[in-house]
Design a binder for this molecule. Structure first.
Ligand code: TYM
Length: 336
């Protein structure tokens, strides 16, 4: 059966980009695949600006609660916290000896996040995609449901797997499976509502451009009504010429499971006001059941903790033998 792995960082509240770019696919893929989902807390400590030790544990639990609320089903899938398995960090070291300095330096996310920081940037931020490769490869994932922004990281994981297999295994008996990214048909890159040329991001300067998964309906409506569009008035999908309208069209398509072009044809000529209201309604309806379920689950954090403990045990059953296999392939002496 096809194996799936994906993760999300517990830094900031999950937003519409996380939901449409990744979570929607996480949930759908459970139908016919073996899925492993992870709160990647070790990734969330790589930059001091986003790491607050006082809130990290609570955020980790909240994000796991969010994952359950969107529909991750712990009966079918494995849900766990990355730092509960030291195998991820250990496998990262093995991959550090396979990954190249040059390829890591070129990663777009590293370039963005390290810009202007000079030598002050952490080694963890630089090494971040190698840890991500360990996450994915430890579970022999074939598919990785993520937003567009993660594409380079998944390609790197694939390159590391290929290089490792080439150096330490045979084509008949590879140690690692080569993964590929899976993106949704629309909204693989949800843009900031106030600046539709940059992606919606937890680290954005203003929250007016971000819709949190837990935002109240009134707030969602207000944010979408004040989304930046343009002065032309026509509704069509053209990311370069009409980034704001295109972004809203993609959000509407993803929220209603309809085609972008069909929606553009339907709303063109009716004005931005009517269109924005339709987008707001669709998003509110999409989020309503998630918010209801979140409220129920948040009432019983002990149950979420239990799910995560069970998930860690089940994750270990897959990760431990994979890591052992990799160490053996590299020639490390097994403990006698
Ligand atoms: P993170 O925590 O930044 O984001 C989690 C997921 O949400 C997607 N996403 C978006 N999709 C569409 N539009 C957006 N504006 C948007 N913003 C975020 C991301 O693509 C991602 O799928 N490095 C990863 C976490 C990670 C991971 C992994 C993912 C660690 N190990 C292994 C997959 C497999 C990250 O920082 O995602």
């Amino acid at each position: 059966m096809t194996r799936v792995f994906s993760g999300m960082q517990p830094s900031g509240d999950p937003h519409l980009g996380n939901l449409l770019g990744a979570w929607v696919n996480w949930v759908a893929m459970q139908e016919d695949r073996e899925c492993v989902y992870c709160v990647v807390d070790l990734h969330a400590i790589t930059s001091p600006a986003e790491h607050d030790p006082a809130t990290l544990a609570a955020r980790t639990l909240e994000l796991a609660t969010g994952m359950l609320a969107v529909g991750v089903d712990p009966q079918r899938s494995i849900l766990f916290v990355q730092s509960h398995l030291h195998e991820h960090a250990e496998c990262t070291w093995l991959f550090n000896c396979v990954a190249g300095f040059g390829e890591l330096r070129k990663m777009p996310q590293f370039k963005e996040k390290s810009e202007g920081k000079g030598d002050a940037v952490s080694v963890g931020l630089f090494d971040y995609p190698v840890l991500q490769a360990a996450d994915i490869l430890l579970y022999h994932a074939d598919e990785v449901p993520v937003g567009e922004d993660q594409r380079h990281h998944i390609e790197l994981a694939r390159d590391i797997a290929q290089r490792f297999n080439h150096r330490f295994a045979t084509p008949e008996a590879p140690v690692f499976t080569l993964p590929k990214a899976v993106h949704p048909p629309a909204a693989a890159r949800v843009m900031d509502l106030q600046d539709p040329t940059v992606k919606m991001s937890k680290s954005a300067s203003s929250e007016k451009g971000i819709i949190s998964v837990l935002d109240e309906p009134k707030r969602i409506e207000k944010k979408i009504k004040s989304a930046v569009t343009d002065s032309a008035g026509d509704i069509r999908h053209d990311r370069a010429a009409k980034p704001g309208v295109s972004n809203l069209l993609e959000i509407l398509a993803a929220a209603t499971h309809r085609e972008v072009d069909e929606l553009a044809a339907e709303y063109d000529g009716g004005g931005y006001g009517t269109f924005k209201l339709a987008v707001a309604e669709a998003v509110i309806e999409l989020l309503r059941p998630i918010q209801d379920r979140y409220a129920e689950l948040a009432d019983d954090p002990g149950e979420v903790q239990r799910v995560l403990a069970d998930g860690a045990d089940r994750a270990r059953e897959v990760a431990v033998p994979t890591l052992q296999h990799a160490k053996q392939a590299m020639g490390l002496l097994p403990r006698g």
